[in-house]
Design a protein around this ligand. Structure first.
Ligand code: G
Ligand code: G
Ligand code: NA
Ligand code: MN
Length: 251
């Protein structure tokens, strides 16, 4: 509806911004990477409202270009400030992954030296890779070949079959936050979380728990053998400047 017009304007008039949410080593608390999360600068609409509209209206290509350019700009700014390199993970929707526009822009940016491949990571959902496994495997191999790490996001909410997971050249899986939220109230969520972690370990994948909101969740996941953690308890998504201050304090 009207979001489409507002988004189009925001894309042209610098009305969007990225927030960054740290992912830390669950044992040491040290920073591993940050996830980029797109926002309206004035907070007008949340991303779970406008990203789907960007997709249905065709603005997703432009949004993806903007996100990639902004990530490159931010990495360069942090580097100028003397910050040690921190990889930024970019969310890529199923549509963006399948229509290739974003992926080709990413490869072009790396090739042109606009960003070091090791400083970009990709987060994909199960739906993005499920539709055509053969094509997805090819794309993941290309990313891997460049040195771009790939995470399977919201893991456990899609059609996770052991068969496809073992065929995918992935680096990490992110246990969906809905399981983490129900860890101590729902036996089934705890069982699912336990088995996702066991599966990730068996396949030699890095395992990230997202949506951690309290100390008890963090401790439980550490005990279970999770590798990395992300969530409001550790740090909310914050601006690039706020993040460099956080990193200076936190290491
Ligand atoms: O930021 P928040 O936690 O509210 O994210 C809501 C949803 O929007 C998540 O599913 C997230 O993956 C998605 N999202 C956030 N930033 C981007 C982006 O830059 N590109 C795409 N495709 N999705 C994003
Ligand atoms: O789909 P994806 O996993 O990319 O979505 C990430 C979303 O999760 C973002 O909207 C982010 O703001 C949100 N998020 C990050 N940490 C927490 C948390 O601890 N609790 C909740 N409820 N949401 C979180
Ligand atoms: Na994500
Ligand atoms: Mn997620």
């Amino acid at each position: 509806v009207q979001i489409e017009g507002v988004l189009k304007q925001a894309l042209r008039e610098n009305g969007l911004c990225l927030h960054y949410q740290p992912v830390v080593d669950i044992h040491t608390g040290r920073l591993v990477s940050v996830e980029a999360l797109v926002r309206f600068a004035d907070g007008a609409w949340p991303p779970d409202r406008f990203v789907p509209i960007a997709e249905s209206s065709g603005l997703i290509a432009e949004l993806g270009e903007w996100v990639l350019a902004e990530v490159c700009r931010q990495l360069a700014k942090w580097r100028r400030e003397g910050m040690p390199p921190v990889p930024i993970a970019i969310n890529v929707s199923a549509l963006q992954f399948r229509n290739n526009v974003f992926m080709e822009s990413l490869f072009a940016a790396i090739k042109a030296g606009r960003v070091p491949a090791g400083e970009i990571q990709i987060e994909l959902t199960e739906t993005a890779v499920m539709e055509d496994l053969r094509v997805a495997v090819g794309m993941l191999q290309r990313l891997r070949g460049e040195g771009v790490k790939v995470a399977l996001d919201d893991f456990g909410t899609g059609y996770s079959s052991l068969n496809y997971l073992s065929q995918l050249p992935l680096d990490k899986i992110k246990v969906d936050k809905t399981f983490i939220h129900r860890l101590f109230t729902d036996e089934a969520s705890r069982a699912v979380t336990d088995s996702i972690i066991a599966l990730g370990r068996a396949l030699n994948l890095e395992i990230v728990a997202e949506g951690i909101e309290c100390r008890e969740e963090l401790a439980y996941l550490r005990e279970l053998g999770c590798d990395q953690a992300q969530g409001y308890y550790l740090c909310r998504p914050i601006s690039g400047d706020e993040f460099s201050a956080w990193y200076r304090r936190h290491g």
